[in-house]
Design a binder for this molecule. Structure first.
Ligand code: FAD
Ligand code: SF4
Ligand code: SF4
Ligand code: SF4
Length: 381
């Protein structure tokens, strides 16, 4: 007869409501902090869904293991039938709910009230826009200011992987924007075990989670670089629909993707002409949490970087904390444009994101933190 594993009698942490209501950004923060490895970001898998696994119907979601199902000796946590003592479930320590960016909320309508400095900048390296992110990371590695940086790399099919960079030479290989999404912050779990001075690069939701982890868990996160972000896509939609069907391209031939002047743009090896589609035709395909996201410019980052508001080949840079200023002041090899950022367009697009994705996140927070069940209202998107 098999040994009985004690099942903790616990409730769900509040991230449960985030996950269940399709609000989870899949940033990976809960996976990074969970001492039990009970919260994990996984590709959605219909076959493994069960009643003990709150999840949403989208690739890249958090599965939260709160109980072990023992029917027919099947354990849903590890997807196995062998009894073992290693199988652990949520102990209700509540750490995850302190670092979840959705539970923390979003910036108000004025996303620009914490900017200390704004610059149009570029490095001499290769990147998406001005290669500012690549330039900042490279210089900080060279000066010994950081010993690790979380970034995303891709293969010829634009399949992505979160990587921990550990030296200046590796930085150039990850430049360029991937418009698909990966749970970058999950990788912090490994980085925190091995490194002492970590930089994180990520979308606003990821930058927010990283800053909450720094506040609540660790002083090893030295710098948070947030990208400006209107939306992101699942690989199924980007690689299986947008590139091959909507743009009619072979993904292996695409060497750059971009959003510019109202269009989604693909540059290929085989043509001098870009292939484009109006953004409004693909925006509805963005991941579900992106339709509830009210952070355009990475409000919670130390330094935010984007393209909007700067000339082609340059980066828009917002410094938002003293930490960000200290690190940027140490960076060598950056060139700054004499003209300022064209803020009208940045403010306009931030307002557009807030309008399109409007929902009452304050009421959500109030209800969830008061222990009430949140009832979703009608949503515009
Ligand atoms: C999903 C997404 C949407 C964006 N939308 C906008 C927008 O609407 N307006 C705007 O102005 N800018 C947007 N950006 C930012 C823009 O595309 C550039 O990333 C930014 O300007 C930095 O350019 P750079 O030349 O300095 O970066 P580079 O020097 O090329 O470095 C880019 C860095 O970003 C990291 N990275 C790339 N893709 C991802 C990803 N999916 N998730 C996490 N990290 C990643 C790379 O690992 C690298 O470290 C978006 C970025 C992403 C990832
Ligand atoms: S409450 Fe604690 S143990 Fe449970 S999922 Fe969250 S971090 Fe993990
Ligand atoms: S911390 Fe991130 S991955 Fe976890 S529930 Fe919140 S949004 Fe989702
Ligand atoms: S819009 Fe960008 S920041 Fe917001 S949830 Fe989507 S990927 Fe994250």
């Amino acid at each position: 007869m098999s040994a009985q594993i004690p099942v903790p009698q616990v409730g769900f942490p509040k991230i449960y409501q985030v996950i269940r209501n399709n609000l989870c950004a899949a940033c990976g923060g809960c996976e990074a902090i969970c001492p039990m490895q009970a919260a994990t970001v996984q590709l959605y898998d219909e076959a493994n869904y069960d009643k003990f696994t709150p999840t949403v119907a989208e690739p890249s979601v958090v599965k939260l293991f709160s109980e072990i199902s023992r029917e027919d000796n099947y354990c849903a946590h590890r997807d196995c039938y062998i009894d073992c003592d290693a199988c652990v479930v949520c102990s209700n320590c509540l750490a995850c709910q302190r670092i979840c960016p959705v539970l923390d909320g979003f910036p108000g309508d004025d996303e620009f009230d914490n900017i200390i400095e704004q610059k149009v900048g570029k490095s001499s390296l290769h990147g998406q826009d001005g290669a500012a992110v690549t330039g900042i990371l490279k210089s900080l590695f060279e000066k010994g200011e950081i010993d690790a940086a979380l970034s995303i790399t891709r293969n010829a099919d634009w399949e992505t992987e979160v990587v921990i960079l550990t030296n200046a030479d590796e930085v150039s290989s990850v430049g360029g924007t991937k418009y698909t999404y990966d749970p970058v912050i999950s990788k912090l779990r490994e980085a925190l075990e091995k490194y002492e001075k970590i930089a994180v690069v990520g979308t606003p939701c990821q930058a927010h989670a990283a800053s909450l982890l720094r506040e609540n868990l660790t002083d090893k996160i030295k710098l948070v670089i947030g990208l400006i972000c209107m939306e992101s896509f699942t690989y199924d939609d980007m690689g299986g629909n947008i590139i091959p069907s909507i743009l009619g391209l072979n993904i292996k031939e695409v060497h750059k993707l971009d959003f510019a002047k109202g269009k989604f743009v693909a540059l290929t090896e085989t043509s001098d002409e870009p292939t484009t589609v109006p953004i409004k035709e693909i925006a509805p395909l963005a991941r579900k949490p992106c339709h509830h996201c009210l952070d355009y410019t990475s409000y919670y980052a130390d330094i935010s970087v984007g393209s909007v508001g700067s000339p082609d080949g340059w980066s828009t840079i917002f410094v938002r904390s003293q930490t960000g200023k200290e690190y940027l002041d140490k960076v060598e090899g950056m060139e700054y444009h004499e003209k300022p950022i064209f803020m009208d367009i940045v403010v306009k697009l931030a307002a557009q994101k807030h309008k399109n994705n409007a929902w009452d996140f304050r009421k959500f927070k109030e209800d969830v933190w008061a222990g009430k069940e949140w009832i979703p209202e009608e949503h515009s998107t």
